[in-house]
Design a protein around this ligand. Structure first.
Ligand SMILES: [Zn+2]
Length: 118
């Protein structure tokens, strides 16, 4: 009986490649999660800034609407980024059924509606 080492090597490489791809996917996912947390924190920070400007403006009577508009612009930009990150995560979270089109959890094996294998 002869052992085909090339075949074993090819098989091992295939398994390794698949594992590496899965690991990358997991890293991407957690990175997106982290980005979203940072974005939310940044938005909160900008809201605080906006509140402080508003407070100071009423307290001192200075017109700081220009500054406020600038902060509002920053918040809008951050919110757009957060929406993009959210939809990227949501897209990854679901697995669409080929038979009925139902969006299932990414880890599901069978469709929750029609029971077909996903
Ligand atoms: Zn289905």
């Amino acid at each position: 009986m002869s052992i085909n080492f090339d075949e074993i090597k090819a098989g091992a490489k295939d398994i390794f490649d698949k594992a590496a791809a899965k690991a990358n996917e997991a890293i991407d996912y957690s990175k997106t999660q982290l980005d979203r947390g940072q974005l939310r924190a940044k938005i909160k920070e900008e809201y605080c800034k906006l509140g402080k400007i508003c407070y100071d403006m009423h307290e001192c009577g200075d017109d700081r609407t220009g500054e406020m508009k600038q902060v509002i612009g920053i918040i809008k930009g951050l919110k757009t980024k957060l929406e993009e990150a959210d939809s990227a995560v949501n897209a990854k979270k679901t697995k669409e059924c080929k038979f009925c089109g139902t969006a299932n959890d990414a880890v599901s094996v069978y469709c929750s509606k029609c029971g077909e294998k996903l």
